[in-house]
Design a protein. Structure first.
Length: 117
């Protein structure tokens, strides 16, 4: 599985960005696509995920500001980030987890999001 992420950049606080992640390869019928982020000096953390069935999960700091969506036919997921804050500054990583019939965990290259105050 290969993941191609795009859409990071520099934005002022209060602004918006949209990240995209296109997946290719052996994507199984039951899977999750999601975004993680890692700020300098911190561990990588889950931001949001969405199942192939459309179930969404968000980290508490982004609830109400970020929205994750996907198009199963295109194997693509998007993360719409609104009301960005300086603490959202991090490298964002796209992730795909195949769940069934076999487990697999795949990562895309990171894309830097910088939010200036």
């Amino acid at each position: 599985v290969q993941l191609q992420a795009s859409g990071g950049g520099l934005v002022q606080a209060g602004g918006s960005l949209r990240l995209s992640c296109a997946a290719s390869g052996s994507i199984f019928s039951v899977n999750f696509m999601g975004w993680y982020r890692q700020a300098p000096g911190k561990q990588r953390e889950l931001v949001a995920s969405i199942s192939n069935g459309g179930s969404r999960n968000y980290a508490d700091p982004v609830k109400g500001r970020f929205f994750i969506s996907r198009d199963n036919a295109k194997n693509t997921a998007w993360l719409q980030m609104d009301s960005l804050k300086p603490e959202d500054t991090a490298v964002y990583y796209c992730n795909l987890k195949n769940i069934a019939p076999r487990y697999g965990d795949y990562w895309g290259q990171g894309t830097l999001v910088t939010v200036s105050s």
